[in-house]
Ligand binder design. Sequence first.
Ligand SMILES: Cc1ncc(COP(=O)(O)O)c(C=O)c1O
Length: 379
Amino acid sequence: MSRIYLSPPHMGEQERRLLLEAFDSNWIAPLGPHVDAFERELAERVAMPHAAALSSGTAALHLALHLLGVGVGDEVLVSTLTFAASVNPIVYQGATPVLIDSEERTWNMDPDLLEEELAACAARGKLPKAVIVVDLYGQCANFDRIVPICARYEVPIIEDAAEALGSTWRGRPAGSFGTFGVFSFNGNKIITTSGGGMLVSGRADLIERARFLATQARDPAPHYEHSTVGHNYRLSNLLAAVGRGQLQVLDERVARRRENFRRYAEAFAEVDGISMMPVAEEGEPNCWLTCLSIDAAQFGASNEQVRERLAAENIEARPVWKPMHLQPVFRHCRVRGGAVAKRLFAGGLCLPSGSSLTDDDRERVVAAVLSVREMRTVA
Ligand SMILES: Cc1ncc(COP(=O)(O)O)c(C=O)c1O
């Protein structure tokens, strides 16, 4: 049986054509016409006027923190239910992450807990330098609440929309809710450049500075002159060409992933013990990954037993992100709440969700999931 991957790259003729054109032009560098055009096109797509194309989403988060002046001794609030890349750059800057639990309805940062934590920080006389809000699995966080709460305390938001390109909240694009938005074009994302990222902002000065820091902070001079420490974080022109091609088909990719979610939801609608990741009515997620919660007692098998069964059938599935407050490396970090993310991890499973997944493949996944229960019923 052929392998079904969780979220494989999905390339077309256009990407190939643009890549070869970039190659033939000899702009084989972390600058060039495709980098400039990719920035313009992505910025337009997410309704943020300025964008810097970077080597990864992690680099984009790192630069955002750097640009907000996050440094040694500072605190940064961040969602606990996320990938480690949301949190690691806080530590790169010598600052301390403070982890905030999820709410049930979006699986994203709980606005009530955010408010409590900010009030506690204010009472102690030390506000965080930034809040990193993650749009998990392509669903926007509750920005109706989070934006005004952060504004009240004058703490800037970095929106980690790495997984959420093409999603909206009340019609507004993911990545446009903070001082900065961050996207990833890692190989498993909804569109990919194999590796890459984008930092977007409403502020031209910040993005200009991001480009400066991302190219080793070279001061204007004929020789190499440096008055600050920089990074090597720019995106290659070859990869930007691929990104431009992918961007042209983003709507199709989103539509297909939403269809995956809808079909899985239909297939599991009557199954006791399986519930889909909730979709808040204010938003339209890109459905990057379709995630389930499995109640082992009701379903008759745990999420891990289902994952193992799928693996035996050559189908890749993954647990939901293990929360950061349960990770050995972040054990020392303060956490507000934590029980919701812990429970979502304990029962969660991400199913194959690629835009190239065929109907037959999806039916194979559904049958494999249901077969676990049937095997146990027979036993
Ligand atoms: C939520 C989240 N943040 C950040 C990243 C980091 O992006 P990259 O892999 O491009 O560094 C990823 C994905 O990899 C992610 O899923």
